[in-house]
Write a protein that binds this ligand. Sequence first.
Ligand code: ZN
Length: 295
Amino acid sequence: MKTYPNSLFLFLSLFLFSCQSGRGKQAVQTAQDSAAVTDNPKDTVKSVAADAKTILLRKQVPVLCYHQIRDWKASDSKRAHDDIIPPANFKEHIKMLADSGYHTILPDQLYDYLVYGKKLPAKPIMITFDDTDLDQYTVGASELKKHGFKGVFFIMTVSIGRPRYMSKAQIKELSDQGHVIASHTWNHKNFAQFTDEDWDIQIDKPTQTLEKITGKKVQYFAYPYGVFKAANLHKLKEHGFKAAFILSTPMDEVNPLYTIRRIIDPGHYTAKNLYNSLQKSFNKKKIATATAAVK
Ligand SMILES: [Zn+2]
């Protein structure tokens, strides 16, 4: 009986100590969660959407952007070679990604990762194609298929069915194969110069056209020239888009989901150049935002 008060004291001390240290641990964990820890241990999707700051702090997923995939012509300007990648180089670059252990992801996966912290496969990457060029179907998609990759095709709807561009049937086929069909306006008008009626001409009508072709919702957008206007980003959400893609400029700090960064894989790059560029361009925990500097 004599030892009882001592034991009780010891018990209470241990209890209080462990409660406090437990609480301390929990507080640290909570701070880490809100500061952009990407992996949820149980791989469950958090039901609460992350705020802009949390999204900006998440590790960026590399996103590549391609335009034409063809051999260079004498008439091409040197500047155009950034946007024109010869098929041999393209094939080598895609093979390098596969050999390096990259796994392609699609926009819904990227969205769930950015907004809800959902886990992604190891070495995730997104491969995107702009402007509806036919060689993206003939060379691009067939090369991705060899490696079990899927891509995202940002379609400029005015070009559908024209010579050297994809047809409705080809776009439908890409969609049916599991690639994502997304919007790149009607005729490539600069988003920063949209008038009120352009929200119908450049946004709503192209969405309807693409949804009619694919039978699926169109929920992602890429800005022509990568140029956006911060004041109008919220309107994309109102017009049914979950996220939108720029090029390598800084993200918007209020609407980061509507300014997801991509880099162009220039035609003159070697596979090694591309690999290094991927490490450099997306490996920062936080890339400076510059809402004020946006055109
Ligand atoms: Zn474009």
